[in-house]
Ligand binder design. Structure first.
Ligand code: SF4
Length: 274
């Protein structure tokens, strides 16, 4: 299960990562990996060094064949966030391994798979190598500011790789002018940073993002206002605590064409790195 508000469940056939930009500075997955390694979970050995106050990925990425078939056993249609503890397009992961993961998605069309990457540079390379994305994939990039948006979104939207192309603007660290991008995307998730060391979030960034996407009829999901603005600590992900104009939680229309799908039943435990 997952406590990420826009998904039902996480699936981690790959673990381990390396930081790529400011959005990674307080990576939740990195901290979680240190914690579970300290608890004795052997599969996380060697993926991090440092400690909980100063966690660091070693850069090793680990493919876990033992987890690859998990979705095949989930009989109920589920919205699945793939690799909350890594980046599916990490350069340490071979095309063959990515292909194996995509094959499981293709073989389980009852599920919807949400993928986020900060490495969309690999999309065209994989495309040229013959990798195709199944129809039940929502493919997205994480961005934190204008610079990362201007770099990653054109790489994502260069081709219609998947039926849903989306952006996670979390942790939002600066304003973004979306006018060049909103019409090319199907969904945006907005979130301020949470957790230790979380940086400021400005509600004006959320407002202008909501306006830009709604102006072109695209779905918006306001996830959280982040730790600095949360009234009672935590992530500030209870819409009841927000100004009324920010209470927007929509999903791409593609979801409505998959009528057995359900969302909003999130339980516990882990949040994602991307
Ligand atoms: S998991 Fe995501 S946020 Fe964390 S280091 Fe990797 S790319 Fe960055």
């Amino acid at each position: 299960m997952s406590n990420i508000d826009w998904t039902n469940k996480t699936w981690n056939p790959v673990i381990g990562c390396a930081r790529v930009s400011e959005g990674c500075r307080n990576c939740y997955a990195e901290r979680m990996a240190v914690r579970v390694a300290n608890m004795g979970l052997r599969e996380y050995d060697g993926l991090t060094n440092g400690n909980l106050r100063k966690p660091r990925w070693t850069g090793e990425v680990r493919f876990l064949p033992g987890r690859i078939d998990e979705p095949r056993h989930w009989r109920k249609p589920t919205v699945v966030f793939v690799n909350s503890m890594s980046d599916l397009l990490h350069e340490g992961l071979g095309g063959e391994q990515i292909g194996e993961i995509l094959a499981v998605m293709r073989d389980t069309p009852r599920h919807t798979y949400q993928i986020l990457t900060k490495r969309p540079e690999r999309l065209s390379e994989l495309h040229d190598a013959g990798v195709t994305w199944p129809d039940n994939v929502w493919l997205g990039v994480s961005v934190e500011d204008q610079k990362s948006a201007d770099h990653r979104i054109p790489l994502l939207t260069a081709r219609r790789y998947a039926p849903v192309l989306w952006v996670s603007y979390e942790p939002a660290l600066g304003p973004v002018d979306w006018h060049r991008w909103a019409a090319k995307l199907d969904w945006i998730v907005i979130g301020g940073e949470s957790g230790p060391g979380c940086r400021p979030f400005d509600l004006a960034w959320a407002r202008s993002t909501i306006r830009a996407f709604q102006a072109v009829g695209k779905a918006v999901f306001m996830k959280q206002v982040g730790g600095q603005l949360a009234e009672s600590g935590g992530k500030g992900n209870d819409p009841e605590g927000w100004p009324a104009d920010l209470r927007v939680r929509q999903y791409p229309s593609e979801l409505e064409s998959r009528p057995r799908m359900s969302l909003g039943m999130n339980q516990q435990p882990q949040d994602g790195g991307l």
